[in-house]
Design a protein around this ligand. Sequence first.
Ligand SMILES: Nc1ncnc2c1ncn2[C@@H]1O[C@H](COP(=O)(O)OP(=O)(O)OP(=O)(O)O)[C@@H](O)[C@H]1O
Length: 258
Amino acid sequence: MRKNAVVIRDLRVVRGDRTVIDGLRLDVPAGSVVGLLGPSGSGKTTLMRAVVGVQDKVTGTVEVLDDVAGSPALRHRVGYMTQDASVYTDLTVVQNLRYFAALAGVPSPGKAVADAVAVVDLGGHEKQRVGTLSGGERSRVSLAAALVGDPELLVLDEPTVGLDPVLRRDLWAVFRRLSAEGRTLLVSSHVMDEATQCDRLLLMRAGGLVADTTPDELLTSTGAPDAERAFLALIDAADAGSATADAGPAGTHEETAR
Ligand SMILES: Nc1ncnc2c1ncn2[C@@H]1O[C@H](COP(=O)(O)OP(=O)(O)OP(=O)(O)O)[C@@H](O)[C@H]1O
């Protein structure tokens, strides 16, 4: 079995006229649930887009399941749930999932669609048009669309946003089960108690990696009582470090400005 599902070296991404990721290096171990955390705008979505291969202006190496990110051979092996629901509002739940199953070349779409509906707990809504679903239900259809092709790697951009605590708990149980079956999950989140459910945590700030750690290490290294305060401690430490670096020795500013 391969060691890492994703290997990233020297990743640099320019969006608009800004370098939003600069020199990122990380591995996502195969078969694990890896949480991607970081303040708003720190580059989580950009990193996920680079892993899926839909991001422009990417330099460096992004290797996914031993292939180059975005290569056609990976299309059926990587499932991606975007932050905004990416399903068709004028189709029903089942019509959407059948469509995504067909795109993924699923051999038995009927069963795959039924399984995906069950996993995201949308039984009873199969024939409902997605446009008439609640926000949380709609995002679960997006998650089902990412799952329906039975991918080896799932890249999920804030899959639990807007969901109630019961559904969030149930979905994390699903994520754990999918990883126990050998799949790899890269999951971004703003909810810190979800961090404790991950095998590893990647903490981003300003397009760079502040920590590549485990939930236990996060708590012991910061001495914080919970994941939220540990996260804030690391971000504050990184901000203080960058402020010191910005102030720099006398003359540094002037040289940078040139
Ligand atoms: N098309 C664009 N042009 C210029 N800057 C962009 C563009 N798209 C994104 N950015 C910038 O890139 C940075 C990283 O954005 P990204 O969406 O990856 O952050 P994020 O960590 O996912 O944020 P959030 O948690 O709010 O979703 C942000 O500062 C954002 O403003």
